[in-house]
Design a binder for this molecule. Sequence first.
Ligand code: PLP
Length: 329
Amino acid sequence: MPTTPTIDLTGATPGWPAHLLQQWRDCLLRTCQEDLPADGAPHIGDPELRAVLADRVGVAASDLVITSGVRFAVRGLCADADRVVVERPTFSGVPLSLTQLGLPWSYADWAEMLAGDRTVEGAVCWVTSPARNPDGRGFGTADLARWAAVAGSARRLVQNVTYRDFADGPAIPGACLVASFHKVAGPGARLGWAAGPGMAELLKPELRAASPARIWQRTWLRFVLSGGWDELTTGLRADVERARSAFRAGLGPALEWLAPDLACGAGPALLLRAAASDARDRLAAAGVLVGAGADFAAGNRMVRVWLAGLTEDAAFTAAQRVGRVLAHR
Ligand SMILES: Cc1ncc(COP(=O)(O)O)c(C=O)c1O
């Protein structure tokens, strides 16, 4: 039986440092005092927020629109193709949205997409890098030319860069980019962006119906301009890197059960091979809650670990418990 409380590695949202929470509240208050136009924000987003984000991402402000998150953009980015090819494993919200929208889609792994055959021709391809959820993988500059070729033969290549604050990694030339603030700001922040040629037109129905309120957009703009976002994400990234190292150290000999090609990943998510089908139950009994790899199309024998919001000690202890359970395979 665990001697300390159960450690939850299923996907907790990390808390904010108190002073940054206060800074954000001040931004909200000041925005409330601002003389906002009565007719709201343009549907493509607050012009200043678009300009600031575009500058940071390195795209033209005219190509970037403010969204309510990644799933918001799925229909607009995918509905004009005959089929959608989604990376495997992946964040389940995207395939779920495609199914709900009734759009034809299938999974392919990165190697299959990069093989450049009929898998990608004319399709919308959907990938996540850097620090993909659930396995932390990302591609580097050496892979860019091959991904750019995929962008060239696909109808559209969508690169989800939601984890760009947790790890470095290049954008694919010719890809559309999407991102969500939710993994930093918390679920329900209802803010993100999408960038690429013609984006305002592609996402027009969603933007007209459900773009974030201007007061909300300008609060976040203030927070970014006052340095709050950078301080928050720099701290979060450092915390996650520490938790990741501590977790690897705590795994001990079970480190080999990190899928070998995933061992070099980054960011909050990690996949482990767990031979037993009841591994999650056994881990729960040992005091660690983990996600099911199957929920991310990673296969039944994988478990998914989420390290954001964990102290180094908790990450180390959790990994020791995981290691002990995985040792009895
Ligand atoms: C890769 C990825 N993209 C996006 C999101 C969030 O999506 P949304 O903005 O639709 O809430 C998540 C959440 O887990 C994610 O892992």
